[in-house]
Design a protein around this ligand. Structure first.
Ligand code: SF4
Length: 335
């Protein structure tokens, strides 16, 4: 598997690409020609939150560079295990907004369904790296509680598929769930929050486009790209397919120290996103999840970056700088 050519990897189905992800830190370091001094820390942090990198994403990481911006998003580091003040396992207090299994209701007018507990990639800064997915994995019969909750609240106009990554589940399951949601008359919009088009672009299959665009619900997709190097030709093709099918595409980025905290990285990201049919939407300040403190960028620096971006780009390419605060009734703009 290590020696698979790019052409071979690209010809695999998305399920095969998911199944052949790299999960062993030693294998990852070997494949990228990296110093084995990183191994002990990687193994320790991997125990806490496992390594997972699919091959299409791995192909975009430069060999021999421990500071590659894509590698840094996925490589476990020993420093993740150091306690940091203000960091916790549930920084957004989501467990208090989880009225029935599989559903999170934080903001007026929309609810989030935890469609899949799985991800195609494990991002080291993930705010749900400690989320209790075991209690939030409804099967078809249990989804009824979440569907009843939505049906009983006519203020809910939008349903958001989240996870994990909702596209890690099968199109058959997503088709069924979308039909159930669409049968609730007051729901108008369906939003899918996913990183799969970035990490395994083959995921955008004909059957995926089918359930997403054959519903009466107005579809949008919020992808999650943090760096322009993530947006290669295969990703661009997947995004064009979605756009051509009528899906509104938006991007959210997490601001990450050493990865995208420069004007150049953010400007190139916005420009590349627009080129592939996606509007920059949010630039998130990091959620203070245990294990991610080394990625934090100060608000002062974040605001400087937005000022620099505003001077360099038209307004529609400048994402909103936001933070999530538990109990706030929307994301909070950082001005
Ligand atoms: S894809 Fe999203 S939910 Fe999954 S690990 Fe990355 S940030 Fe977390």
């Amino acid at each position: 598997m290590i020696t698979r050519s790019v052409a071979t990897v690209d010809s695999l189905t998305w399920q095969e690409q998911l199944a052949t992800s790299i999960r062993d830190p030693k294998q990852l370091l070997n494949m990228l020609g990296l110093d084995t001094s990183l191994l002990d820390g990687a193994l320790n942090a991997h125990e806490d939150f496992p390594l997972r990198v699919p091959l299409p994403y791995l192909q975009r990481i430069a060999k021999g560079d421990p500071n590659d911006p894509l590698l840094r998003q996925v490589l476990p580091l020993g420093s993740e295990l150091l306690a940091a003040p203000g960091y916790s396992d549930d920084p957004l207090d989501e467990q208090n907004s989880n009225p029935v299994p599989g559903l999170v209701h934080k903001y007026h007018g929309r609810v989030l369904l935890i469609v899949s507990p799985n991800c195609a990639i494990n991002c080291r800064y993930c705010f749900r790296r400690h989320f209790p997915y075991q209690g939030n994995k409804p099967g078809r019969s249990e989804w009824q509680h979440a569907l009843d909750y939505i049906a009983n609240d006519s203020s809910i106009r939008e349903v958001i598929y989240s996870g994990g990554d909702p596209l890690a589940t099968s199109d058959k399951q997503l088709q069924w769930l979308t039909e159930q949601v669409a049968s609730i008359k007051h729901v108008q919009r369906l939003r899918v929050h996913t990183r799969l088009p970035i990490v395994i672009p083959n995921r955008i299959t004909d059957s995926c486009l089918q359930w997403l665009t054959s519903t009466r619900l107005i579809p949008s997709m919020v992808i999650h790209s943090n760096h322009p190097n993530e947006l290669d030709k295969e990703v661009a093709n997947a995004l064009y397919r979605l756009k051509r099918a009528g899906v509104t595409l938006l991007n959210q980025t997490v601001l990450l120290s050493g990865i995208n905290d420069t004007l150049s990285a953010l400007q190139q990201l916005s420009e590349r996103l627009f080129e592939v049919g996606v509007l920059p939407y949010y630039l998130h300040q990091l959620d203070r999840i245990n294990g991610a403190a080394h990625f934090e960028v100060t608000d002062l620096r974040a605001k400087q970056l937005i000022a620099e971006l505003t001077a360099a780009l038209p307004g529609y390419l400048v994402p909103k700088l936001v933070r999530e605060i538990p109990s706030a009734n929307s994301k909070v703009l950082i001005l």
